[in-house]
Design a protein around this ligand. Structure first.
Ligand code: ASP
Length: 362
């Protein structure tokens, strides 16, 4: 049977009428989704990479000529406690921080400024117990501590109990560079930071609902959250070591309590002859056992390697009841990330490896 050409015409017209808008709609959808897809792909890759990474405690001596290690606190960090979206959020922020450190290091920037820039990223994120997102004191306030040390000359600066300085690590750096002191506290430190032109904020800036609820739970003795301090250690291209640490301290702290984070030798230490260390954990123990300095001293006086010194200090600390961890890098670019808790937010990069982000014991 012969179908006449003219009978086709209306059907072709109807088909085109339906198909053209459909195609147009698909193209627009693809363009709009491209960014979203890219973002999801990058994050999934990140999570996958982190999961396939070498367990932190098995990292071989990784002699490198420059490198960086960061932490975002140690504690009861186990996969079952952390929803997938939160895990992705933590890893994404740690990745952003380590990437910033990587580009500054590759660029030849100096260790001390890399520490400041990287800690800013973590202080500005509400995910960590430092800067925005700091924990609350018993009286419902945020009192922040930070310290920084330059391994070239053992210069150091620190602030404790500050309440209106947006980035306490910059205040610590200013104390080191622009004052004749090492540690300034409370309202005096706030005043000093203002006088050197640092960004000041209303105390409400530090409020986050999660930390407020942590305080209410801690007061009721439930579910106290102890992790989230941030730290960074760097060996730069010129062979200089530096370390920095920033924290809100411990939830429910009272009477102007100060932990280890602003204490040189406990929370932070750097010496170009040995290593750079940043600590996190139950501060009272880290102060009593001079944890950061003890690791450096074991290297200096007992000729121990960084990993041996750090892992013995952290396991001895556990025996006396002190929970927490440290990150370190030595003058030869060997790194360590030791903790006696279930997990520690951490990331590292050296010129011998790609950036890696980790959270759990693995
Ligand atoms: N070490 C900090 C302090 O005791 C807290 C922490 O690292 O989680 O203040």
């Amino acid at each position: 049977m012969k179908i006449e050409k003219k009978h086709f015409k209306p059907y072709i017209f109807i088909l085109l009428f339906l198909l053209v808008p459909l195609l147009f709609f698909q193209v627009v959808k693809k363009i709009l989704n491209k960014d979203k897809y890219e973002e999801t792909r990058v994050i999934s890759q990140l999570v996958e990479d982190a999961e396939n990474t070498i367990p932190a405690n098995n990292i071989e001596a990784n002699t490198a000529s420059f490198g960086i290690v960061i932490h975002g606190g140690a504690g009861n960090i186990v996969k079952d406690n952390i929803p997938q979206e939160l895990e992705v959020a933590f890893k994404t922020k740690l990745f952003e921080a380590i990437q910033t450190g990587k580009s500054m290091l590759d660029n030849g920037d100096s260790a001390i400024y890399i520490i400041e820039a990287v800690i800013h990223i973590l202080e500005d994120s509400p995910l960590f117990n430092a800067g925005k997102g700091a924990v609350f004191t018993h009286d419902g306030k945020n009192e922040l501590d930070a310290s920084i040390m330059d391994g070239r000359n053992k210069n150091a600066g620190a602030v404790s109990g500050v309440t209106i300085i947006k980035n306490p690590i910059s205040a610590a750096l200013a104390v080191m560079q622009k004052s004749e002191h090492v540690l300034l506290s409370g309202s005096g430190a706030n005043k000093f930071a203002k006088s050197v032109g640092l960004e000041m904020v209303n105390p409400n800036y530090f409020y986050t609902e999660k930390r407020w609820n942590n305080l209410q739970n801690a007061i009721k003795r439930q579910n106290e959250s102890k992790h989230g301090t941030v730290g960074c250690v760097v060996l730069d291209k010129n062979g200089n070591l530096a370390a920095g640490t920033s924290t809100g301290g411990m939830t429910n702290k009272k009477y102007g309590r100060i932990g280890d984070s602003p204490i040189i030798g406990a929370g932070t230490f750097a010496d170009n002859n040995t290593c750079a260390i940043s600590s996190t954990g139950h501060g009272e123990y880290f102060i009593r056992y001079s944890v950061a300095y003890d690791i450096s001293a074991r290297m200096k006086y007992k000729n121990q390697e960084l990993k041996t010194a750090a892992s013995s200090v952290i396991s001895e600390l556990k025996e006396v009841g002190g929970s927490g961890g440290v990150i370190g890098i030595d003058k030869n670019g060997n790194i360590c990330m030791e903790f006696n808790t279930k997990g520690m937010f951490r990331a590292y990069y050296t010129n011998k490896c790609e950036p890696k982000v980790l959270m759990y014991k693995d």
